[in-house]
Design a protein. Structure first.
Length: 764
């Protein structure tokens, strides 16, 4: 009690001693559920800086601030994850609700909370209380109801702490879709064509598990999985798995530079996680300052705290690390399954009872009436401690490398390259995530039910690889296969990214004897593609046979792979590499009878086959390259005009963000864009295009941290911190993000107040 009173008095004294600038707007509010006075300082970028008397109040105010900015988004996230969409949106969502409930954590909640940092439950209770406090203001008419609720005739729901950790369907896990795609490719096919379809690292032969018929995997086996893990659609369209598309891979970049290699003499840690773009953005920047806990960084707005960022002493960053945490298990006809019956509330109708089935391996995601087989998802996310990103709670109070390793050892999902930098100068890499130990097999294909292919446990986290203060003075990851040579444990084989981004990142860092904050920001926005350079190198010596082929060679010959928005070569290359070259390679190499089930392949697997003359003769390779180049040139002419000198990559590749929920008469004000964008999925400035060439995924948040001098840190979000189109922070960061600019991410109170735009003083 005395500590809270003292902290509140200190906060009040500090607030009066350091007033915000004259232009800042100030307001006062009373918030039931708060234990002591506090402040939310909103800076000019819309980032909330939260000052509270204790950590529980800090998370309370974070929840309140998030709800103020993103209430529709987080409410929809909760309803989707818990399987409560039908209660708000009607019977069209019953199937999605049932699918989502298949993947909820159903174990012991005491064991679940024990898996996280000791104060995590209290922090989460504070966070959801803050959300509920804002919901109460909306219900009382003291805060506006976001337009999406009015348009759908719905209302936000109240939260409980357990809601946050029970939802598992937001975790980026692998490799279920890859297993199914491989089985289909091998149904009547040949394993020797696998290198063209998907790269396996570390290299090993593909073997079909004993007792598995690859042809036994039905076409709709992943439909419920896609529904249960997919976004909410309001256009009536089918939810599909983006992971089935080799060109759409969500990943990230991070790197850490030691003080000996940096211009500051201190470590620099940079992170730009890549996810699907949208409005509002998936990430949210925030800063909490209390006597016992101080953190700043980015996270998903529906989760308390941050997923990556820093405290007073340590910083950490994340990228996906390809641990295979899933298996599809094929159950024989007649296998006994456990039934769970639940009631789904349905708007406008009586509640519906749904039946979910489970085996010892996990939820049944499909039953095939033709064969009588059922298919279970065996996944690590049914274990305590597998709530996505939530084990970051262990890092919130990490004071040094050893504390950081404790956080790594607890990490469950998604599997991540965890990068570290400390104020004492330590840097390191320590990937984390639950690793299943398989009795047999390697996770590349579905497996028959039974003991032969069971999981025997989880790998001891201390056996995961580590890199600490390396001699070269820096570490970088970009989702590439980065296991040390000879590493003895099976982690994952086919979900690594190609090496294009890490190649470019490494060559830029290695070329600079000293690397600074501005260098890190420039590298996060680097638009050079080593993949493109490799593809162009294959064209050396080729002679076009017609006008289209000669025109294409003229555009690409001598190009350095820089994919700027004004580049004609980038436009042609992307059209060629995404939609023409892979298909031409499959058509030429894979027997016609196999092509229907072969699935899609991408430039990352096609290039090694062509470079090393795997599966092709030199004559076949030339024909593949020229045929695909000619058709790509013809398509570019249709899309961009007949004069290649006027082609621009940015004319096709634009950032144009639109909310998932259309609202008649309001969509123009809610649209953000379009703006031309450079880069691609194979550049450090990861900007993966969709089928219509618009930017679909990439870095929404970019963060560069000056470790120990946190006020020098820089960040950018897009399109803005708020999900309210009426807010000045709905789209204000979008032009900066599109052009590679940043905003200060202040840490000290004096610096925060220099950036202040609004101060909300709150009392119980």
């Amino acid at each position: 009690m005395m500590r809270a009173v003292f902290a509140a008095l200190l906060l009040a004294t500090t607030a009066h001693a350091q007033e915000p600038p004259p232009g800042a707007f100030s307001e006062a509010r009373q918030l039931p559920g708060l234990s002591a006075p506090g402040e939310i300082v909103i800076d000019r970028a819309g980032i909330p800086h939260i000052y509270a008397a204790n950590a529980r109040d800090g998370f309370f105010l974070q929840g309140y601030a998030v709800a103020r900015d993103r209430l529709w988004q987080i409410d929809l996230w909760r309803k989707r994850g818990l399987g409560r969409l039908s209660a708000s949106f009607g019977p069209a969502y019953v199937a999605q609700d049932r699918a989502a409930r298949l993947f909820l954590y159903r174990g012991d909640m005491a064991a679940e909370w024990v898996a996280y940092a000791p104060s995590a439950k209290s922090w989460t209770e504070g966070f959801v209380a803050g959300i509920n406090a804002y919901v109460a203001e909306v219900e009382a008419g003291r805060a506006p109801l976001p337009m999406e609720f009015a348009a759908t005739g719905t209302r936000p729901e109240r939260w409980q702490a357990d809601d946050v950790v029970r939802i598992r369907s937001n975790a980026l896990t692998s490799n279920l879709a890859s297993e199914v795609a491989r089985a289909r490719a091998l149904c009547g096919g040949d394993v020797r064509h696998e290198p063209l379809r998907r790269t396996i690292e570390p290299a090993r032969p593909v073997t079909i598990p004993k007792g598995l018929d690859p042809c036994s995997i039905p076409d709709k086996v992943l439909d419920d999985y896609a529904l249960g893990t997919g976004d909410v659609r309001f256009d009536g369209g089918k939810v599909v798995l983006a992971s089935l598309d080799p060109d759409v891979r969500e990943g990230s970049n991070n790197w850490v530079i030691s003080g000996a290699r940096s211009t500051t003499g201190r470590p620099i840690l940079a992170n730009d996680p890549h996810r699907a773009h949208g409005v509002p953005n998936l990430r949210y920047l925030s800063h909490i300052d209390t006597p016992e806990l101080k953190i700043a960084g980015a996270g998903e707005p529906a989760l308390p705290g941050i997923s990556f960022g820093h405290n007073e002493d340590s910083a950490w960053a994340i990228t996906i690390f390809a641990i295979d945490q899933q298996d599809l298990v094929v159950n024989p006809k007649g296998m006994t399954l456990t039934e769970v019956r639940e009631t789904i509330d349905v708007k406008g109708e009586a509640p519906r009872e749904v039946v979910m089935k489970f085996s010892a391996d996990g939820p049944i995601i499909h039953e095939d009436p033709a064969s009588g087989r059922s298919f279970a998802l065996r996944a690590t996310w049914d274990r305590p401690g597998a709530s996505a990103y939530f084990n970051a709670t262990w890092a919130f109070q990490a004071r040094g490398w050893n504390d950081f390793l404790v956080a790594r050892n607890h990490w469950g999902a998604p599997p991540l390259n965890l990068m570290y930098a400390g104020r004492d100068g330590d840097i390191g890499w320590a990937p984390g995530g639950f690793v299943p130990v398989r009795a047999a097999g390697d996770g590349l294909l579905p497996v028959p039910a039974g003991k032969a292919h069971r999981w025997t446990g989880l790998l001891d986290a201390t056996l995961m690889p580590v890199k600490h203060n390396p001699a070269e003075g820096w570490i970088a990851t970009a989702n590439e296969m980065n296991l040390p040579a000879g590493y003895p444990h099976l982690l994952g084989l086919d979900s690594w990214a190609d090496r294009s981004r890490i190649t470019r990142i490494s060559e830029v860092i290695a070329a600079k004897p000293k690397f600074g904050i501005t260098d890190a920001m420039a590298l996060q926005n680097d638009a050079t593609s080593p993949m493109a350079r490799r593809a162009v190198a294959l064209l050396s010596g080729l002679v076009g046979r017609d006008a289209n082929e000669r025109g294409a060679l003229a555009v690409l010959t001598g190009w350095d792979g820089h994919e700027g928005p004004d580049s004609a070569a980038a436009a042609l290359y992307e059209i060629w590499a995404r939609t023409h070259l892979p298909g031409a390679a499959v058509k030429a190499i894979v027997p016609a009878a196999m092509q229907a089930g072969f699935g899609r392949t991408g430039i990352g697997t096609v290039l090694p086959v062509l470079e090393e003359a795997k599966l092709v003769t030199p004559e076949q390779r030339s024909a593949i390259l020229l045929d695909s180049l000619g058709s790509a040139f013809a398509e570019a002419s249709r899309l961009l005009g007949t004069d290649p000198a006027k082609w621009r990559w940015g004319a096709l590749h634009v950032a144009d963000f639109r909310p998932a929920l259309p609202i008649a008469g309001r969509d123009a004000e809610r649209r953000v864009g379009p703006l031309p964008i450079g880069g691609s999925g194979s550049t450090p400035m990861a900007m993966g295009p969709a089928a219509d060439w618009h930017v679909a995924s990439g870095a929404s948040v970019r963060l560069v941290m000056d470790v120990g001098q946190w006020d020098n840190s820089m960040a950018i979000n897009t399109p803005g911190q708020s999900g309210d189109p009426a807010s000045p922070h709905y789209r204000d960061l979008f032009p900066r993000w599109a052009t590679g600019q940043y905003v200060p991410f202040a840490w000290s109170r004096p610096r925060v107040l220099q950036e202040a735009e609004r101060v909300i003083r709150v009392t119980p």
